[in-house]
Design a protein around this ligand. Sequence first.
Ligand code: ZN
Ligand code: ZN
Length: 385
Amino acid sequence: MFNKNQRIIAFLLLIVLTVLLFPHKGYAQDIKSAPFQIDFIDVGQGDAALVKCDGHYMLIDGGSASKSSLIYSYLKSRSIKNIDVMVATHPDEDHIGGLSGALNYANVGLALCPVTQHSTKTFQSFVKYLGAQGRTITVPKAGQYFMLGSAVVYILGPTYISDEANNNSIVLRIVYGKASFLFTGDAETEEENAILNSGQAVQSTVLKVAHHGSDSSTGYQFLRAVAPKYAVISVGSENSYGHPTENTLSRLRDAGAQVLRTDLQGDIVCTTDGNYITFYVQRNANINTLANAGPGQNQDLSYLTPSGNSAPDNQAGIPDRYVSDAGNNQSAQSYSYVLNTNSHNFHRPECSSVNDMKEKNKQYFNGSREEAIALGYEPCKRCNP
Ligand SMILES: [Zn+2]
Ligand SMILES: [Zn+2]
C-alpha cells in the first residue's frame, strides 16, 4: 500500500507531531516565579550570577570573555534590558570577561568594581563598554549598603587593599526576608579573616563558594561563621586548577552544607519568598556533589527535584539578629539620599522628585553628600541636598 519512503515519511511526521503535542518540559518552565531569584549561570570555569528582586536586577560577574555571547543571550531571552547594579568582583578574566556581553544588551545603572584601573585587555574593554553607556566604575566601601528592590545588599569587603587581586574581591551579602546570600568572588582566607575581624555579620543561608572551590578559600573559621545551609560552587568541569578541591569539599561537608555545582548540574536557580528556599538545577538533581571529596556518606538531595519542592529553611538568617550583630545598625529605611541612576541627580528622601521617579531608577543610598558626589551624582536643584 505504502512504499518504503512513504512509510519513513509517515514515521517522521508522527515523531514531529508527538514532539509538537507533548513538548519536553525543560527545567526553565518548571521554575515558579518568586519575588527573589538568583540564577547561578553555568559559565564553565568562572562566576556569573543574576540576582532579581521585585523586578530589579543585579549581575555579579559574567564569566570569561568566551561567555560574552552566552550572557548576552541569557539576558536577551529573558528581555532583561536594565541591570540596576553590575558587580565586577575583581578584574580576573573569568569574572569580568563576559560582562561585555551584558553591556552590549542591557543598560547598567551602577557598576561596582574594587579597582578603576587594570592592565588587561579584558578590563579595558569592560571599561570601554561601560563608557559607551556613559558609566564609570564606582569603588564601593565595606560597610556601605544599598537596596535592590526590597532586598538589602551589604558590602562586606574588601576591608583593605591587598597585593593579591583575589583578596580584593568585592564580598557582598544580600538579605531578603529570612534568607541571606553571601557572594565572595575569589576571596581567599586572608580576606575572609579580614572580614571576620571587621565584626560584620556574615551568617548566610546560601554561600557562593569563593574561588571555584580552591583550597586557599573557604577556611573552617569562615565557614563556621557563615554556617551556610547551601553552598554553590561555580566551576568548569575538568578545569586545570583541580577546582573544587577535595579539602574544600570535605570542609563544606563538615559544615553540613548541601553542595550544588555548576560543573555537574549546569545552571542553578534559587528562588525564595523570604521564608522558604527552593533550588532548581538544569541536570543531575540527585548526583553526589561531594563525590570527589574522598570517601564519605552520600548526600540526601531529595529536596532537589527539578520540579521544585519547597524545603523549609530553618537556618535562615534573621534580619533583626543581623542588624544587632552587624555593626551596620541603621535599618534599611534610614538611607540618607535617593540617587536617580538615570539622571544622575541625588535627592533628599522627602524631595517631591522622588515620587515622580521611576522605581527602576531609584537607588537608596546610605552615605554622605560628598560620597554621592564622588559617585558622579549631582545635588537636586529642588531639594538642595
Ligand atoms: Zn580571581
Ligand atoms: Zn575566578
